[in-house]
Design a protein around this ligand. Structure first.
Ligand code: DGY
Length: 328
């Protein structure tokens, strides 16, 4: 590696972390509104010392081979890293990193915003007014579901799930969770959350907020059977990864009144949004904005830069995903 590492950033990031990066490195930012087509990506990664990737790019053996042997680190500008084949990075002696922690509270805010909007029909009410629909206040108009003092079931009780639990407590909610991992008693005590089997959680929760990683086990975890197990008044919120939810089954459940509403930040075939869902009034959709605030995107950019600088200094990157590539 030369004195000034050659870094590719696949989408524009915030100015401040980018300026830090430019102080030490030769940086190419790939300016594009719709992501890099795969064949172009495989071309532009060649010869880089470091690559900053987004969740929209698949980092696999083909990508790593196209980059070449001087590649030291792939820094994913996201906490989720289902787009990164971490084992392939380790095999290629490439460090892989993500951006945990700094986006926890912001993503939990987004989940709660979707939960509130779906429960209280905010999107539908807005569309109604913007369409110029004649109206007058009425006792039966656009009734939603109460949030306060209801039960929330959080599926995937990592950092973001726990941050949602803290918000729910502020609303006087009963908090239940399900997670593949057994959590320490302190976490349950701090969040006031009780562990339930998934079946019990689905049956008891008024709100289900999804925070699992996308893995082969969680793909379509929420399918027809899961929706049938929920209350007809249930509201489902997904701010994790789209494929955890079977969108056709969700549309069926919403159309059939098996559940009340859904709030979605993520989609099965992003950026495509299932047309059946777009046609339903009881769905609130936003375009993967979970961590999209000025402060958080600056913080994510800083984590990316800290990871790159550590790698260039021969130090262990702070949020390393594959310690084996660093020698354990
Ligand atoms: C992440 O970081 O994984 C989010 O989905 C991006 O907002």
């Amino acid at each position: 590696m030369t004195d000034r590492p050659n870094v590719l950033v696949t989408r524009p990031i915030m100015d401040a972390p980018l300026a830090r990066l430019r102080e030490r490195c030769d940086v190419t930012v790939h300016e594009n509104d719709f992501g890099i087509p795969r064949d172009e990506l495989l071309h532009v990664v060649a010869g880089r010392d470091a690559i900053v990737t987004m969740l929209t790019e698949k980092v696999d053996a083909e990508f790593l081979a196209a980059a070449g042997p001087q590649l030291r680190i792939v820094a994913n500008h996201a906490v989720g890293f289902d787009n990164v084949d971490v084992a392939a990075c380790t095999d290629a002696s490439v460090l892989a990193t993500n951006t945990p922690d700094v986006l926890t509270e912001t993503t939990a805010d987004t989940a709660f915003a979707l939960l509130m909007a779906a429960a209280r029909r905010v999107g539908e009410g807005e569309r109604f007014l913007r369409a110029g629909t004649p109206w007058i206040w009425g006792p039966l108009m656009m009734l939603g579901q109460d949030v306060h003092h209801k039960t929330i079931g959080i599926v995937g009780f990592g950092r973001i799930g726990q941050a949602v639990a803290r918000r729910a407590k502020g609303f006087g909610m009963r908090v239940a969770y399900n997670d593949a991992v057994n959590l320490p008693a302190e976490v349950e005590a701090e969040t006031g959350a009780e562990r339930l089997d998934l079946d019990d959680l689905l049956a008891q929760a008024d709100f289900i907020s999804i925070h699992t990683n996308l893995t082969p086990e969680t793909r379509h975890l929420f399918g027809a059977e899961a929706f049938r197990a929920m209350k007809p008044t249930a509201v489902v919120v997904n701010t994790s990864r789209g494929p955890v939810v079977d969108e056709q089954a969700l549309a069926d459940a919403l159309e059939a009144g098996e559940i009340f509403a859904a709030g979605l930040d993520v989609f099965e075939r992003e950026p495509e949004v299932e047309a059946r869902l777009l046609g339903l009034e009881n769905v609130v959709v936003i375009p993967h904005l979970g961590s999209a605030t000025v402060d958080t995107r600056n913080a994510m950019g800083d984590v990316v830069v800290d990871n790159l600088f550590a790698a260039f200094d021969g130090a262990r990157p702070p949020t390393l995903l594959n310690p084996d590539a660093f020698g354990g």
